[in-house]
Design a protein around this ligand. Structure first.
Ligand code: F3S
Length: 405
């Protein structure tokens, strides 16, 4: 890679051992992807995981004196206090790793947002802005919906970018790599936020490649929640860091604009029958449930309002967990939604992920309901079975104590 004088100075340790170490890693990444140079970034999001490797890496940077030049937002882990008070006593080992991770990220200069949808409220890049975002729903949202530019960073490479303020220039940062090569003809009526969960799961089952798809035939603009669901499932069922929707996403005002000079490699058709078959395979049969979980990715205030409206004046038959950012929780408090949900017996918990062990141990080997295929998929390894239904039906199931249809 061609380095500037400043980048040589960083490597020589003029800006500290920590920044030199981070840049060394970024040069290795850049070389692996044939990057020619570095470019500045203005934002970063680190998908911290509160697990051993993540903690090891941030502590390694700290031991070399690293400090973030750009304060990155960070993913959720476990809200120890809330879950200790309302679910179970988190084992010592779990408490230690969460506290140590939080402390390490505080010291290195991250914003402790603990939220996996920063692109909706706390760290929102503008069109064309070059950023370094990790987290599966964040990368496609940033690239596809906002038209900003990020590669699919790992938590470690995003943290290196936050420390140095630059990223290797390759992949989705380049115009020519943002064009569509796969045409997806959607011959189905895709409208609701839940439809996007299913479409997002279905597409990678039909095509496994890494090329950028353009979805044609979608008639109305998805809501922010629809876009969020779509990206989360595309990147759980498959690996899609960017997509276009013809006439809707900003780099696809027309089919021609989205495809540019690229040759189309594959035409995929997705019909109502395909979506129905995905649903049948994925969503599970009606049965009694032990709990309900929403917020993978973190639930928005609009979704909180939907839950509050359905449960107002009623009682849940099983525990209900809504995972969200602390900002959304605060807003839910002000709007009176939190009080309604609490009176029904549910919980809004901030800063917490569905996938950080040992957080949800009391539900291991149990059955839950959720609106998120990602939540169901990640919890298979803990022997938690999830029935998947649209949000409204899932909330009703929590009131009934079972999924009835
Ligand atoms: Fe968010 Fe954790 Fe799900 S980071 S998207 S709640 S796996």
């Amino acid at each position: 890679m061609k380095l500037t004088n400043r980048e040589h100075d960083i490597l020589d340790g003029k800006y500290g051992e920590g920044m030199a170490y981070a840049l060394g890693i970024q040069i290795a990444v850049g070389n692996a992807f044939d990057a020619d140079c570095f470019v500045p970034v203005t934002r970063a999001h680190v998908a911290l995981s509160a697990q051993d490797a993540d903690l090891w890496f941030v502590e390694k940077l700290l031991s070399k004196g690293a400090k973030c030049k750009i304060a990155p937002t960070v993913n959720p882990s476990i809200n120890l206090k809330y879950l200790n008070d309302h679910l179970f006593e988190i084992p010592e080992e779990g408490k230690h790793i969460v506290s140590a991770t939080n402390e390490a990220y505080r010291k290195i200069g991250a914003q402790l947002t603990f939220d996996c949808t920063p692109y909706l409220q706390q760290n929102v890049p503008a069109f064309g802005e070059v950023v370094a975002f990790s987290e599966s729903s964040a990368t496609p949202y940033v690239n596809s919906v906002l038209g900003a530019r990020t590669n699919r960073e790992g938590s470690n490479s995003a943290l290196c970018a936050a420390v140095t303020g630059i990223v290797p220039h390759y992949g989705l940062l380049l115009d020519e790599n943002r064009k569509a090569e796969i045409v997806v003809d959607v011959q189905a009526d895709v409208k609701s936020d839940f439809d996007y969960q299913i479409l997002g799961w279905c597409y990678p089952e039909k095509y496994r490649g890494l090329e950028i798809p353009i979805f044609r035939g979608i008639k109305s603009r998805p809501t922010p929640e629809g876009f969020m669901n779509f990206g989360a499932q595309l990147n759980t069922s498959g690996n899609v860091s960017m997509y276009h929707i013809e006439g809707i996403t900003p780099e696809a005002p027309t089919y021609e604009a989205a495809v540019g000079d690229k040759k189309i490699k594959e035409h995929i058709v997705i019909t109502e029958k395909d979506l129905q078959e995905t649903k049948e395979r994925l969503c599970g049969a009606p049965k009694k449930i032990d709990f309900a979980m929403f917020g993978c990715p973190h639930i928005t205030i609009h979704q909180v309002a939907t839950v509050a409206e359905i449960c107002d004046g009623k009682k849940f038959k099983v525990p209900v967990w809504l995972l969200t950012s602390s900002l959304t929780k605060e807003l839910a408090e002000r709007m009176g939604y939190n009080a309604i949900i609490q009176r029904a017996g549910g919980h809004i918990v901030s800063d917490t992920c569905i996938d950080v062990p040992p957080c949800w141990q009391p539900y291991y080997h149990g059955v839950g309901v959720t609106d998120s295929p990602k939540c169901a998929y990640y919890n298979e390894i803990r022997d938690i079975e999830f029935i998947i239904r649209p949000l409204e039906e899932s909330v009703q199931a929590a009131l009934d104590g079972e999924v009835l249809k």
